[in-house]
Design a protein around this ligand. Structure first.
Ligand code: LMR
Length: 334
C-alpha cells in the first residue's frame, strides 16, 4: 500500500493540530491593583510560580499588577464577565456587589489582634462569607492578609477633632464612610490607582491605608503627616470566576487548590514584615512626619469611633460580629 503525498500532508496537519490543542495552556489572568512589591503582589507572583509548576505548564498564570488592566470596580465586573479569571480585592470592596457582610471587617478597632481575625476568616464564618459570593458567579478560594491601617494627611492627625472637614479618600465601603463621618471628616470614594494624584493635587486631603500600600504608591511623598493608629484592617479574598473554575479538569483544579494553599501561607507569613519594612522606609525617606498614637490618644480615637459598630450593625449583619466577639473571648479579650 502506498501513501500518496496528500495523505502524508493531511496526517501531519491532523497530528500537529491535535498536539497544539493538547498543549495549549489554560490561561488564568490574575488582575490586581497594588504593585508587585506588596504582600498581595508577592502572593500573586508566588501563586503563578506554584500553579505553573504544579500543573507542569498546563496552566499559565498572567499577573497584571498595579491596576494595569482594571481599577477597583471594573475588575470585579471583568471577573463576573469572564474577561479575567482571578482577583484579590480587599474585603471592603464587596459591598457594592451586594455582599455587605464583608464590610464588617472595616469596622474600626473591631479586631483586638490578628489571631482573632485569622480565627474568624479560617473558621465557619469565613467559609460562609466566601460561599455567599457564589450567587454572584464568583468562587472564593482564600483570604490573604495585608495589615492594619495608618492615617495620612497634610496636617497632623492626633485627636479626633483634627479630622474635622478633612476630605479623606475611602474604598467603596459604607462602613468606612461611617467611620470618617464619626470623626467629622468628609469621605470620598475613589479607586486606589487614583489616590496618589488626588493627594498630590489636593482633590483629597488624606486617606487611610497600610504602610506597604502607602509606600509602594508613593503616597508618603505627597502627604506631610502619617499617624500610626492601627484603627482598621485591610485584607483580601482571592476569588475566581465560578464558571471558569467549575469548568476546569478536576485534576488541574486540585493542583491549583494546592498552589493556592501554599501561596496563601506565604502571603500571610510575609504581610507583617512587609508592612514593618515599608513603615521604616517611609520614616527613612524623611518626606512625611510619622507619629505613633500614645495610649491616651488611642483611647480618644476608640471612643469617637465606638458608635460606628452600632450604626452599621443592620447593614453588615450579626454573623461576623458574633464570630469576632466569640473568638475575642476565646483568646481572652474582653
Ligand atoms: C485600597 O483601595 O486602598 C486597597 O484596597 C488597595 C489594595 O488592594 O490593597
Amino acid at each position: 500500500m502506498f501513501f500518496k503525498p496528500f495523505h502524508v500532508v493531511a496526517l501531519v496537519a491532523a497530528l500537529s493540530s491535535a498536539a497544539a490543542f493538547a498543549q495549549a495552556p489554560i490561561v488564568i489572568k490574575f488582575s490586581h491593583v497594588t504593585t508587585n512589591d506588596t504582600p498581595k503582589g508577592k502572593g500573586a507572583d508566588r501563586f503563578k510560580e506554584l500553579a505553573e509548576k504544579a500543573t507542569k505548564g498546563r496552566v499559565k498564570v498572567e499577573v497584571y499588577p498595579n491596576s494595569t488592566l482594571y481599577k477597583d470596580k471594573e475588575e470585579l465586573e471583568a471577573l463576573q464577565l469572564g474577561a479575567v479569571q482571578m482577583l484579590a480585592p480587599s474585603l471592603a470592596k464587596f459591598g457594592p456587589l451586594g455582599v455587605k457582610e464583608f464590610e464588617a471587617f472595616d469596622i474600626p478597632y473591631i479586631f483586638p489582634s490578628k489571631d482573632v481575625l485569622y480565627r474568624v476568616t479560617e473558621g465557619p464564618v469565613g467559609k460562609s462569607l466566601l460561599k455567599k459570593l457564589e450567587t454572584k458567579g464568583i468562587t472564593g478560594l482564600s483570604y490573604w492578609d495585608n495589615g492594619f491601617k495608618v492615617m495620612t494627611s497634610n496636617k497632623p492627625l492626633r485627636h479626633p477633632a483634627d479630622f474635622k472637614g478633612q476630605k479623606m479618600r475611602i474604598q467603596s465601603s459604607k462602613v468606612l464612610d461611617a467611620q470618617f463621618r464619626a470623626l467629622g471628616a468628609n469621605p470620598q470614594v475613589m479607586a486606589f490607582s487614583e489616590v496618589y494624584q488626588a493627594m498630590q493635587t489636593g482633590v483629597v486631603d488624606g486617606g487611610e491605608n497600610t504602610p506597604s500600600n502607602v509606600y509602594t504608591q508613593k503616597m508618603h511623598e505627597v502627604q506631610k503627616h502619617l499617624t500610626v493608629s492601627d484603627h482598621g484592617y485591610i485584607g483580601y479574598a482571592v476569588i475566581v470566576n465560578k464558571k471558569f473554575w467549575d469548568g476546569l479538569p478536576a485534576d488541574i483544579r486540585g493542583q491549583l487548590e494546592g498552589a493556592m494553599k501554599e501561596a496563601t501561607r506565604y502571603a500571610n507569613a510575609i504581610a507583617q514584615t512587609e508592612n514593618a519594612q515599608a513603615l521604616d522606609a517611609i520614616k527613612k525617606s524623611g518626606k512625611t512626619t510619622v507619629y505613633v498614637l500614645n495610649d491616651k490618644e488611642r483611647a480618644e480615637w476608640r471612643k469617637a469611633l465606638l458608635p460606628v459598630r452600632k450604626s452599621v450593625e443592620a447593614r453588615v449583619g450579626k454573623e461576623v460580629l458574633q464570630a469576632v466577639d466569640k473568638e475575642s473571648a476565646a483568646l481572652g479579650f474582653k
